[in-house]
Design a protein. Structure first.
Length: 220
């Protein structure tokens, strides 16, 4: 389960671009908390604290408790916008949720046991199609990652959604069990070798056919 994060915030007295720029100059990040049938709350966060949370690697699929004036608000991060040049955070959106709300989150996919994949041991390459999975689950039981076992996969095999074991109470938003998560593809060197073998086999087959035809002609 993803770790719960905590951030402190202060309410914003003024909104608008000018007020937001002034906050950023002071090392603060404008944000809004919305949802759960309540009015939006406009706040600002310390930039350093937000960056530290972002660098955990699981910020976007973690419950974030935001302390606003001594009151804790349970939220789920929905969006963080960044400056295109400096990459500093410009604004953050948080969805207000109840403790056991059903939420939809994007959870990173990780792979294990590559050394137990015959295809990868032969030089095959893991081609990841979906780096994240969109899942629905209890807000208190958000997984920090989905692990996929590569044991037994050969070159040319595909790993479909049906092969992924999800934790109890967690479901994919995709209904198609044939949805491809990853494939084991042959590297160019292995493809060239296979092509050479196929070409050699075809040449041998053609030579054998020619010899057979010549023998038939001589017999006639």
């Amino acid at each position: 389960m993803s770790d719960q994060l905590t951030l402190s915030a202060e309410t914003r007295e003024r909104a608008g671009k000018g007020a937001s720029r002034a906050l950023r100059r002071e090392g603060r990040v404008p944000a809004v908390i919305y949802g759960n049938n309540e009015d939006p709350t406009v706040v600002h966060l310390e930039e350093k604290a937000l960056m530290k949370a972002l660098h955990t690697g699981h910020f976007m699929n973690s419950v974030v408790m935001i302390d606003v004036g001594g009151a804790s608000v349970r939220t789920l991060p929905k969006d963080v916008s960044f400056h295109p040049v400096t990459e500093r955070p410009l604004h953050a959106d948080f969805l207000r949720i109840s403790e056991h709300a059903k939420v939809t989150v994007n959870v990173p996919v990780h792979f294990e046991n590559e050394d137990a994949s015959p295809g990868i041991k032969r030089g095959g390459v893991l081609n990841v199609v979906a780096h994240e999975m969109e899942l629905t689950c209890d807000a208190a039981e958000i997984p920090d990652q989905i692990l996929i076992d590569l044991t037994g996969y050969e070159v040319g095999d595909s790993i479909h959604l049906s092969a992924v074991k999800l934790p109890n109470g967690v479901a994919s938003t995709i209904d198609d069990e044939d949805f491809t998560i990853a494939t084991i593809v042959a590297p160019s060197a292995l493809l060239s070798k296979d092509d050479e073998e196929e070409a050699a086999a075809a040449a041998a087959e053609s030579a054998a056919a020619a010899e057979s035809a010549a023998a038939d002609g001589n017999a006639a």
